[in-house]
Design a binder for this molecule. Structure first.
Ligand code: AMP
Length: 216
């Protein structure tokens, strides 16, 4: 009887420590997906979110939500959003701060479309991530492929003029983040021009080697 109790206790303790380990390896991370509009960030972020069981936070989706609900923030953001321009950092930080404060984001999350400027990147580390570990995945896709992909996407904010503007904005304001994060040693570079299934396998493999294990 005594032996049985001891064995049971050992099984319970082992189960607890495995659970704790998986929490520590997946939940303490903020994963940023970086890449041009149309690089596949959104698709990969959705799949990663399912695999790692952490929420996917897309600032573009948050602005679209505010716009379609006619909130004051949505109205202010639309002035920029509709022209393919970046929404001012103060409004962006407002939506991000509100979203990461929600209960489901407390164990970590995937950021898609944020940060997009050096200012936002600095704010992210200063006021948003707390003591979570930051990892940045850059999806590298040549411009020619991006233009083709965006032309086929058919989203309301994907008219040719807006697409061109968004690409210009990406190169001038967001692409410098690649170097910023490379210098910090947190950048994972992925060939985003491959088929999306292969891109996903590469991302998961790279995250695994950083200690981030999937839950499924
Ligand atoms: P997305 O769906 O990520 O391509 O974002 C759509 C639009 O939302 C962008 O063209 C910007 O106008 C705005 N937006 C989304 N995220 C940000 C951000 N981090 N900073 C500034 N503007 C943003």
């Amino acid at each position: 009887m005594k032996t049985l109790v001891t064995v049971l206790m050992m099984v319970v303790l082992a189960a607890c420590s495995t659970q704790k380990e998986s929490k520590e390896t997946t939940n303490g991370y903020v994963i940023v997906l970086l890449g041009a509009p149309g690089s596949g960030k959104g698709t990969q972020a959705v799949d990663l979110s399912t695999k790692l069981a952490v929420p996917h936070i897309s600032t573009g989706d948050l602005f679209r939500y505010h716009k379609s609900n006619g909130t004051p923030l949505g109205k202010k953001a639309s002035e920029y959003f509709d022209k393919g321009l970046l929404v001012p950092d103060s409004l962006v930080m407002e939506v991000v701060a509100a979203r990461v404060a929600e209960p489901d984001a407390q164990g970590g999350y995937i950021l898609d479309g944020f940060p997009r400027t050096l200012e936002q990147a600095k704010e992210l580390e200063k006021t948003v991530i707390g003591n979570k570990k930051l990892l940045v995945v850059n999806l590298d896709v040549p411009d020619a492929d991006i233009v083709k992909r965006l032309a086929g996407r058919g989203r309301a904010d994907d008219t040719p003029e807006v697409v061109e503007k968004r690409l210009q904005v990406y190169h001038s304001q967001t692409a410098p983040l690649i170097d910023f994060y490379r210098k910090k040693g947190v950048l994972i570079e992925i060939d985003g021009s491959q088929p999306k299934e292969k891109v996903f396998v590469d991302i998961v493999g790279a995250l695994n080697s950083q200690g981030i294990r999937s839950k499924s």
